[in-house]
Ligand binder design. Structure first.
Ligand code: GLV
Length: 324
């Protein structure tokens, strides 16, 4: 029996590749030349698309490819896909929730620690041969234990961050669009506060909302002005949630103390001034980057794709209304 043909934008971890190969005939794109028109071209004779968050699957791509049966994204976030357009065309879009929660929270906490304790900056100093001995005033950072962590967006990853913060005896306050039930708040040991209060009271603010039109530039000039001048902002969610120009200004004029960033407004571009600053830690979007987690994410995406091709409802559909 001939297998359905699908378009795969990038090579996946080996286990996911072999699962994929059992079910479909995948055409692998050339990573260096991927753009919207190459995707449209590649999809002409395919039944489905398996892509990463780096691909923009906009209305143009979807309209030109309205024959496809599914767009399977290897990510929990799906802001790279015009889901409304896909829904209008009755194309299911799938994502990979849950499997990257703990790994992403680990990295958020790692960035918090790196930023607070100036780990990257001091490591660079040592490597460059500038270290000539212990100094009582060298690389003085900010204490993590007993400090206040403010979490903006308390979904799966935000809650996993709470569990890490508990080990450091941090006080955790949070803001979320909808407040959690009280019993869940007390089980987690966290306190709800209005958005501005979270900004005002926190020593560390970590961002965990989904990115959409409402959360674009959720943190801009006004918000950085609310924060303590010693506070650190951590972003492992999506770059455009933070107004990068406003962040640069706040870091430059002492409005806030530091930043740990895994995501940027226009990846892979990074604001040139951020690259020159010592009080920022900059990572190349590696939040979910462990062998185990990337394997789980890719396998989950393959299972979503195969389910649709077998005529079933995929386990992780982000536009379930098309099945109503
Ligand atoms: C990673 O950034 C994801 O959304 O899975």
């Amino acid at each position: 029996m001939t297998k359905p043909r699908i378009l795969l934008t990038h090579q996946l971890p080996p286990k996911a590749m072999s699962l994929l190969d059992q079910h479909v005939d995948a055409e692998l794109m050339d990573s260096d030349t991927i753009n919207q028109s190459a995707i449209i071209e590649g999809l002409r004779d395919k039944e489905a698309l398996l892509c990463l968050l780096t691909e923009t699957i906009d209305a143009e791509v979807l309209s030109a490819s309205s024959h496809i049966k599914v767009v399977a994204n290897v990510a929990v976030g799906f802001n790279n896909i015009d889901v409304d357009k896909a829904t209008a065309l009755r194309i299911p879009v799938t994502n990979t929730p849950g499997v990257l929660t703990e790994t992403s929270a680990d990295l958020a906490f790692g960035l918090l620690m790196a930023s607070a304790r100036r780990i990257v900056e001091s490591e660079k100093y040592l490597r460059s041969g500038q270290w000539h001995g212990w100094g009582i005033l060298q690389f003085l950072g900010t204490d993590i234990y007993d400090s206040t962590l403010g979490i903006i967006g308390l979904g799966r990853i935000g809650k996993a961050l709470v569990r890490r913060a508990r080990g450091f005896n941090m006080k955790v306050i949070y803001w979320n669009r909808t407040r959690l039930p009280e019993d869940e708040e007390s089980a987690l040991g966290i306190t709800y506060a209005p958005f501005d209060e979270v900004l005002r009271q926190s020593d560390f603010v970590s961002v965990h909302v989904a990115y959409n039109n409402e959360t674009r530039h959720l943190l801009s000039h006004r918000e950085f002005e609310q924060m303590k001048s010693t506070a650190h902002i951590i972003n492992t969610a999506r770059g455009p949630i933070i107004d990068e120009n406003a962040l640069v200004e706040a870091l430059k004029n002492g409005g806030i103390g530091g930043a740990g960033l895994d995501v940027f407004e226009e990846e892979p571009k990074v604001h040139p001034e951020l690259l020159t600053m010592d009080n920022v830690v900059l990572l190349p979007h590696i939040g979910s980057a462990t062998i185990a987690t990337r394997t789980k994410m890719a396998t989950m995406a393959v299972k979503n794709l195969v389910a649709v091709l077998e005529g079933k409802r995929p386990p992780n559909v982000v536009n379930p209304e098309i099945y109503d």
